[in-house]
Structures are given as C-alpha cells and as structure tokens.
Design a binder for this molecule. Structure first.
Ligand SMILES: Nc1ncnc2c1ncn2[C@@H]1O[C@H](COP(=O)(O)OP(=O)(O)OP(=O)(O)O)[C@@H](O)[C@H]1O
Ligand SMILES: [Mg+2]
Length: 251
C-alpha cells in the first residue's frame, strides 16, 4: 500500500527565531501546496531570509515546526533535508571567485561549496559528475565559459549558475532568495524565463523585492513584516489588500 500523498509540500507552524532580544520570526505559519509558486515579500529586515534559513536547516528555530511533505524535519540537518528534496539558492553568491566555473559546479554537486549543502551522492556516481557539471552549465547557456574563472563572469551569469546548480538536483521544493536582485533588465528576463520553465514537479518559494517581475511568476503571496505574516493568500487578493498597501507599497 502506498502512503497517502500529503496536502502540503511545506508546512510551517509557529516558527520563532530571536537573535538576542531581537525577535526576527514571530509565530510564522505557512502552508504551501505541491507545485505551488509562492512569493514572499516584505521590507528589508522583515525576516524573509531568516525564514528560509530555518526551512533549509541553516538555522535552528527557537520554537515551531517545519514539515516537508508531511514529515517533521525541524531537527534534521541541512543535508538530510536536501536528501528529502529541498534545495535553495542564497541571497549572496556562494561560488569560489578564483576557481573555474566547471570546478565550482562540480564542487556544488559534491556538496563542498561553503555554506552550501547539496545532495550527498554514492561514490559510484562521481565519474558522472564532470558530465553533469557540463550539462548544468549547458542548461543555462554557459558551457562555453566552463574553463573560465568565476571572476570572469557577469553578476547575472553567476546567478544563473547558482540557479542551475539548485535545479540540477531536481528538487521537490526549491527556495530562491532574491534571484532577480542586482540584475540588468536583459539578465532579469533570462532568469525570469528560467524560473518560469521549472517543472510543476518542483514547488517554488521565492523571496523577491522586484514585484513587477516576480508577481507574474507567483500564484500565491505571503507578506511578512517585523517577522510576522501580515497577509497570505491568492496573488491578486494580496495585492489589493489594504494591509499590503500600508506595509509594502507605502500607499
Ligand atoms: N545571524 C544573525 N545574527 C543577528 N541578527 C541577525 C542574524 N541574521 C539576521 N539578523 C537580523 O534579523 C533581521 C531580519 O533579517 P533577514 O535577513 O531575515 O531579513 P530579510 O527580510 O531577508 O531582509 P532583506 O530584504 O534585507 O534581505 C535583521 O534585523 C537582521 O539584522
Ligand atoms: Mg534577505
């Protein structure tokens, strides 16, 4: 008999995180369905990245529960969550600038980049890694730069590499922390198309300030402010909500 499929890809209940006296997430609860495209918005310092850090396991919450496809992962290490299909990108680029692009991607696939956890693989699959690294680069049109140091790449190209690395794991849940930040218009269009092309097998949760671009990609939106969920629901309803205007749009 197969287990019933859970209603939620990601379910968060009452997540609290404080740094000293500063309460950064305060009772955050979220339920995200399989295949959903969820956008997380909110002013600087609202606790968005801290929320992702708790979901990925990079930070332990002080209280609350995180479930991935019905399984409680709250006390699991980052790589154990990765094993269960969770993948993320970071707000700050985590590639080694002096190393080649191909080597970076290979290290990423091995789980050896700093502050980055990836799928742990059986030894027998290592010989396929170089091929996989090249496939990953090809998928974002950067294979021709494989032998170049990362420092040769434009900022937008680095972001595409990180996104491709996360996608190469075929994650069930993908967390994207400001994937469009700092990009030119042309780069933004490229990265946006890449995100739009992600299979519905993957649930996508994205933090993004660039509402004009990000709203197109979102089905549902959560607004955080001072570590609390202020509004949560269907995109169009959240946009017109009075509380969204007050907090985010400054209207
Ligand atoms: N490791 C830490 N130690 C102490 N304070 C922290 C730590 N991480 C985050 N904070 C604080 O928590 C608050 C929320 O930070 P967080 O990075 O989650 O915000 P954010 O919503 O992602 O903001 P932004 O839009 O600027 O990326 C900020 O006041 C920040 O200074
Ligand atoms: Mg942030």
């Amino acid at each position: 008999m197969t287990a019933p499929s859970p209603d939620f890809a990601l379910e968060i209940v009452g997540l609290n995180k404080a740094f000293g006296g500063l309460k950064v997430t305060q009772g955050v609860s979220l339920s995200i369905r399989p295949g959903e495209r969820r956008l997380i918005i909110g002013p600087n310092g609202a606790g968005k990245t801290t929320l992702f850090n708790q979901i990925s396991g990079d930070m332990r919450p002080n209280a609350g529960q995180i479930k991935l496809f019905g399984e409680d992962v709250t006390t699991l290490a980052p790589h154990q969550r990765a094993h269960r299909g969770l993948s993320r990108t970071y707000q700050i680029i985590t590639l080694f600038a002096g190393d080649t692009l191909e080597h970076n991607v290979t290290l990423g696939l091995l789980g050896l980049l700093p502050s980055r956890w990836q799928m742990w693989r059986p030894l027998s699959s290592y010989r396929h890694l170089a091929e996989e690294a090249r496939r990953t680069l090809d998928s974002v049109g950067l294979l021709h730069l494989a032998a170049h140091p990362v420092s040769d790449l434009a900022y937008g190209e680095k972001r595409r590499v990180e996104l491709a690395m996360a996608l190469s794991q075929k994650p069930r849940v993908l967390l994207l922390d400001e994937p469009l930040a700092g990009l030119s218009n042309a780069e933004r269009a490229t990265v946006k198309a890449l995100i739009a092309s992600i299979s519905k097998q993957t649930t996508v949760v994205m933090i993004e300030h660039d509402m004009d671009t990000a709203l197109d990609l979102a089905e549902t939106v959560t607004l955080l402010n001072y570590g609390k969920v202020i509004v949560d629901g269907q995109r169009d309803q959240v946009i017109v909500d009075e509380r969204t205007r007050e907090v985010y749009l400054g209207a």
